[in-house]
Design a protein around this ligand. Structure first.
Ligand code: ARG
Length: 464
């Protein structure tokens, strides 16, 4: 960050001594809020457009302000702009540069606004943009999930509860569970966007302004859906940032759970999947190691997003109306959350379609854990036994299976009949993995035909 010449403070008129050097650095935000520059400039151009429309500035003044801001925008983009800590924040840096660029006219830009409504506008514009980027990444990830799920509507694996083999499912069905979670995240972010996209500008410091501004016009210029109705609320509200980090926390919680699962699945003990080499790292000492670093890091980064949510909630909980300097602390948690989310979604959108399922290992695992025991109990119910008794019969048969090291489907008909005379030779259709998954043939169930239909419905949902 370059250092500009020592500028005067806008509040110098009221003060008799210069700001303490430590206080200047301590209270400055430009080291991080310079990220808001494109939004600050867009907001200023819209504000100036409105000032001209209502006759507060002339057409000529507007033209000079606009072209001055455009020059500054290019300087910032190319890295030629000198940010000054003594100008505190992105807003005062840009305004100061404008006055240097176009002279006294630059000073008219701040008419009818304050940094309080300006900064609230900037963060909303920034967050609206970032939510759109995040939602694009979510859709990429979802389409990757759908493609993988489509290729595995018949790949059988054990479904787990308590991390123990429970019932057979198909991999496509399992993947679609993640699709649904991520889809809810998309909904939540879209919903949050509605409350982000309302204009605070015009609230000025806190009470509104004595100038005849046209807030609806500014809102329209900036693509906001409306204006905030109360000026005190407009400058002090950060609910939208908290909502965003809350939605982000849920999304990260999903990615973290999924990461944990991928790490387990890729272990030699499970061996359900292989992660592509380009997503893994090795060990500097153990030649055999292939570590699932990317999902591990996603799981790890979840903590910082939860931390940001806690930071923002705590930031707001003690603040009386209206704006307080505390609010300057809203930016870093929001920025960090955005960066983390975009990185983790990029990693997952790339990783998920590239995972290589080991179908045989999945199938063998499903064969091992008596995963069709519930199917046998259901079979006995269909033959007339009540479920609790059926449960007990099958429990005994599982014990016999464990004793002789055989799956239920490998027990002889006589052995099966020794526990219930209701069992006939048609039982073996029920005891196969295919029979089990095909039987769960209703919307939301794991039957391959149902999973294929769920994927078709999901494709339509994400193409809206
Ligand atoms: N840098 C400040 C922030 O991020 C801008 C608003 C400053 N307003 C004030 N009254 N000091 O919140």
């Amino acid at each position: 960050m370059g250092v500009a010449d020592e500028p005067k403070k806008p509040w110098d008129g009221r003060f008799t001594e210069a700001t303490d050097a430590f206080v200047e650095a301590f209270t400055a935000s430009v080291t991080f809020d310079h990220v808001l520059a494109p939004y600050d400039i867009a907001g200023s151009i819209a504000h100036a457009t409105m000032l001209e429309k209502v006759g507060i500035i002339t057409g000529n003044e507007f033209k000079q302000i606009k072209s001055g801001l455009e020059v500054i925008s290019k300087e910032i983009e190319s890295g030629d702009f000198n940010w000054s800590v003594s100008l505190e924040d992105v807003h005062m840096n840009i305004e100061h540069a404008l006055t240097r660029q176009i002279g006294e006219i630059g000073k008219t830009l701040h008419t009818g606004r304050s940094r309080n409504d300006q900064v609230a506008t900037d963060i909303r514009l920034y967050l609206r943009d970032q939510i759109d980027q995040i939602c694009i990444k979510i859709r990429q990830l979802q389409s990757g999930i759908l493609n993988l799920a489509q290729a595995h509507t018949e790949t059988i694996m054990p479904g787990l509860t308590h991390l123990q083999v429970a019932q057979p499912i198909v991999l496509g069905h399992h993947l679609m569970a993640w699709f649904e979670m991520i889809d809810r995240d998309h909904h939540r972010l879209q919903d949050c966007r509605k409350r982000v996209n309302i204009l605070p500008l015009g609230a000025a410091a806190l009470a509104g302004t004595s100038f005849p501004i046209d807030r609806e016009f500014t809102a329209e210029l900036l693509g906001f859906d409306g204006i905030m109705d109360n000026s005190l609320d407009a400058v002090s509200d950060r609910d939208f940032a908290i909502e965003f980090t809350a939605a982000a926390s849920l999304l990260m919680m999903h990615l973290s759970r999924w990461s944990e699962e991928l790490i387990i699945w890729a272990s030699s003990q499970f061996g359900y999947i292989e992660l592509p080499d380009r997503f893994c790292t090795g060990s500097s000492i153990m030649p055999q190691k292939k570590n699932p670093d990317v999902p591990e890091l996603v799981r790890g980064k979840t903590g910082r997003v939860f931390g940001s949510l806690t930071a923002l909630l705590t930031l707001m909980k003690g603040q009386p109306l209206a704006y307080n300097k505390d609010n300057q602390e809203d930016k870093e948690p929001v920025f960090d959350t955005v960066t983390t989310l975009l990185q983790c979604l990029t990693a997952f959108a790339d990783l998920i379609p590239a995972i290589i399922p080991h179908k045989d290992n999945m199938r063998n695992a499903a064969l091992k854990g008596y995963s069709t025991a519930t199917d046998l109990a259901d079979y006995l119910v269909r033959k007339g036994l009540v479920f609790r008794d059926a449960h007990a019969v099958v429990g005994k048969l599982v014990t016999i299976g464990i004793e002789c090291g055989k799956d239920l489907s490998e027990l002889s008909l006589e052995t099966l009949q020794s526990r219930s005379a209701l069992i006939e030779s048609d039982v073996f259709n029920v005891l196969t993995l295919e029979g089990s998954v095909n039987a769960r043939d209703h919307p939301g169930g794991t039957a391959p035909a149902q999973v294929a239909r769920a994927i078709t419905r999901a494709r339509a949902r994400i193409s809206d």
